[in-house]
Design a protein around this ligand. Structure first.
Ligand code: PCA
Length: 325
């Protein structure tokens, strides 16, 4: 009996030692919808290098840029479904699932980096709780530069956008199009250049970063730097994949994520002017926007904040109270 137990114990010990190297290295895929040259993508690459180094190669994250593995709008579902362990998403793209996810894309609620940071701190717990219910864990968040209006023709007021073919990238930008009297067409950033070339769209709001990535100056000559909101990308991981890591790897991952968050906010802010300079260099008119245009947008922003507060209910109130404190 004792002999058999010993034999069993040694078989177990043997299978454990044999099994260990197999679980010791984890390989993850991290799809993103944005191009290699984009500052978010560069930051993710740095993050993946930091993780590999800090875990001595035990966790290797392969970054797939430009929607090459999954299109931008498919990434969240892929991570939820386990087809990818991690991924980058624009959280406001999912405000139809939960209005809380759209709080960073309401015109003129938070328009500076300081306010965007405050809004993130106010909305982070609720955002994380809702994502956790979907089996997702937030690694870090980084904002895009402030959103302005790109237009093929000059704009004196919001009325000049009536009937425009308006490119949207989330439900809030679609709603804004409706309020403006434009026709919303959802187009992911990776398809923006083509949508412009074919004339599918002729006006939209985004950052100088995406204007630069998509080389929009071929078709679009005007940029109105109204700084309406700073939407955020989140790098997420499935809780299941996270739990499969050993404790030192989890700690290394979270440390690299918190570094990436700090670095990303800094680079986003630092590159804002550089992006606008590139638009100018390529022949675009970069203008702060007329008082009328800004007043019109502010009014639409007020409508959208009221609509959002109603939809987001108690969660929304919690966020707004924490933000305005
Ligand atoms: N670029 C992304 C989202 C916001 C931004 O600045 C895009 O246009 O799709």
């Amino acid at each position: 009996m004792l002999h058999r137990r010993l034999a069993l114990a040694s078989t177990l010990a043997l299978s454990l030692t044999v099994a260990l190297p197999a679980v010791a290295q984890q390989k993850w895929d991290l799809p993103t919808g944005y191009p290699a040259s984009n500052f978010h993508t560069e930051n993710i690459i740095q993050f993946s290098k930091d993780v590999e180094k800090a875990t001595a190669g035990k966790l290797k994250i392969t970054v797939h840029d430009g929607g090459s593995l999954f299109k931008a709008n498919e990434i969240k579902r892929a991570v939820q479904g386990g087809q990818a362990q991690a991924g980058e998403i624009i959280i406001s793209g999912y405000s139809n699932e939960n209005p809380v996810f759209g709080v960073d894309s309401i015109p003129f609620l938070a328009t500076s980096y300081a306010d965007a940071q405050k809004l993130w701190q106010a909305s982070r717990p609720v955002t994380e709780a809702h994502l956790a219910k979907q089996g997702l864990k937030v690694l870090y968040a980084v904002p895009w530069p402030a959103q302005g209006i790109f237009s093929a023709k000059p704009l004196a007021s919001a009325a000049d956008l009536k009937g425009a073919k308006w490119r949207a990238y989330n439900p809030n930008t679609s709603r804004l199009a409706q309020l403006i009297g434009a026709q919303p067409v959802t187009v992911q950033a990776a398809e923006l250049t083509q949508a412009l070339a074919t004339g599918a769209v002729n006006a939209f709001m985004t950052s100088g970063a995406t204007g630069y990535d998509a080389k929009v100056w071929e078709q679009v000559k005007y940029y109105y730097d109204v700084s309406a909101w700073l939407p955020k990308n989140l790098v997420i991981v499935s809780q299941k994949s996270f739990d499969a890591l050993d404790k030192p790897s989890q700690d290394a991952l979270l440390k690299a994520a918190s570094d990436a968050e700090a670095r990303g906010w800094k680079i986003s802010q630092e590159k804002t002017t550089w992006y606008l300079d590139q638009l100018k260099k390529n022949g675009m008119t970069v203008d702060p926007g007329s008082a009328q245009l800004k007043a019109d947008l502010r009014k639409l922003g007020e409508t959208m904040i009221a609509e959002w507060a109603k939809q987001a209910g108690a969660d929304g109130q919690t966020i707004l109270d924490a933000y305005r404190k």
